[in-house]
Design a binder for this molecule. Structure first.
Ligand SMILES: *Cc1c(COP(=O)(O)O)cnc(C)c1O
Length: 391
């Protein structure tokens, strides 16, 4: 057998999509699917959103890329929008989630370096976390499957059970600079932080002079019914990372920071070639304009709650297939009794796309534009899939 031209580092499903519209995708064989995966929480406004198509076309005819050697007006505009609507005083742009986390961790270390405490270079992180696939972020995530084969892990992380404040307090040492957590663990299986956890972490960070970094790569940009998930907790981080939904499908990541932290990124301290290029910024601004439009986030919260209630009923009706549902807004998980892959395949056969996660979870991450009718259709397909599996 000859080597496929394409590397085989993904276990891909044998389906390819030809076009999409809203929450719907049409495969190359003509079959239509309701997309409740949204490219893993990326297509926040669904597929082929008219406004996104328009701004991307417009920008494509002007200038694609100039590098960060020059001012990029789109970056200034998107940054101002994020600053106006969050805790942040300043924003850095990159292209992916792991890059945002890498930059956030470098920033945290540099804050302490610049304050005369360069020995503070360790991070308290949570079990079940996911922060990306770089050397630093696989070590931060600590998933053995992601680390195996890649040699000595970066030694900068002290892991505690997600939600456990006793362990968090015990993990803090002389060398700790920051706590890094997701408000709702995504890849870990849609595990929301227990009520009070983020607030307690904030208080602990204040007590010990540590920075709180929230990885909102998956939870951000409206996914949980607020622009960022930290808003539910009533406390804000020092540094926050975003990516997935921010570009609505165009690769873009961001680090949001308080003034104190952002000051660490002096000229030359960090950088990237592609980050925040004019195409990415045109789309990101349009995504934010839509998500921040009056009523949009309220609708996400309302449809999300509706979907959550419906999922609770499905779980109750099919205990042989599903154990539990959890999540918030349009970030929902189904803990499966049978293997999660079986549920996802059965749903796909019914025309519904879901995404797997750890903890034997099937994730529902629909575009934020879905209405209750589309939620009903998804529930119908899920019920049909469960009925097949329960036999
Ligand atoms: C997807 C994800 C990442 C990694 O993002 P990439 O763009 O794949 O590098 C990091 N953190 C969280 C919480 C994620 O969900």
């Amino acid at each position: 057998m000859t080597m496929p031209a394409l590397m085989q580092n993904y276990a891909r499903v044998d389906v390819a999509f030809e076009h999409g519209e809203g929450a719907w995708l049409t495969a190359t064989d003509g079959r239509r699917y309701l997309d409740f995966g949204a490219g893993i929480a990326v297509n926040a406004l669904g597929h082929a959103h008219p406004r996104l198509v328009e701004v991307l076309r417009e920008q494509a005819a002007k200038v694609w890329h100039t590098s960060n050697l020059y001012r990029v007006p789109g970056q200034e505009q998107v940054a101002a929008t994020l600053v106006a609507n969050t805790f942040a005083d300043s924003v850095y742009f990159c292209s992916t989630g792991l890059e945002a986390n890498e930059a956030a961790m470098k920033m945290a270390r540099k804050v302490f370096h610049d304050a005369g405490a360069p020995e503070r270079d360790r991070f308290v992180v949570a079990g079940g976390a996911f922060h990306g696939r770089s050397f630093a972020s696989i070590a931060a995530g600590g998933n053995p499957k992601h680390m195996e084969g890649y040699g000595t892990p970066m030694d900068a992380f002290d892991r505690v059970a997600f939600g456990n404040m006793n362990e968090a307090r015990q993990a803090v040492g002389e060398r700790t600079c920051a706590v890094l957590v997701e408000p709702v663990q995504g890849e870990g299986g849609i595990r929301p932080a227990p009520v009070g956890y983020l607030r307690a972490l904030r208080e602990m960070c204040d007590e010990y002079g540590l920075l709180l970094i929230l990885d909102e790569v998956q939870t951000g940009i409206g996914r949980t019914g607020t622009l960022f998930a930290y808003e539910h907790a009533g406390v804000s981080p020092d540094i926050l990372t975003a990516a997935k939904g921010l570009g609505g499908g165009f690769p873009v990541g961001a680090v949001l920071a308080t003034e104190r932290c952002a000051r660490a990124f002096t000229a030359g301290a960090h950088g990237t070639t592609f980050g925040g290029n004019p195409l990415a910024m045109a789309v990101a601004q349009a995504v934010l304009d839509e998500v921040l439009a009056p009523g949009f986030l309220d609708r996400v919260a309302r449809v999300g709650a509706y979907l959550g209630d419906a999922l609770t009923r499905v779980v109750a009706d099919y205990p042989k297939v599903l154990t539990e549902t959890r999540g918030i807004g349009l970030m929902r998980g189904l803990v499966c009794t049978v293997p999660n892959g079986d549920v996802i395949t059965a749903c796909r056969d019914q025309g519904l796309l879901l995404v797997p996660a750890s903890d034997n979870v099937a994730r529902l991450l629909p575009p934020l534009i879905i209405d209750t009718a589309e939620a009903d259709l998804a529930i119908e397909s899920l019920r049909a899939a469960c009925a097949t599996l329960a036999k």
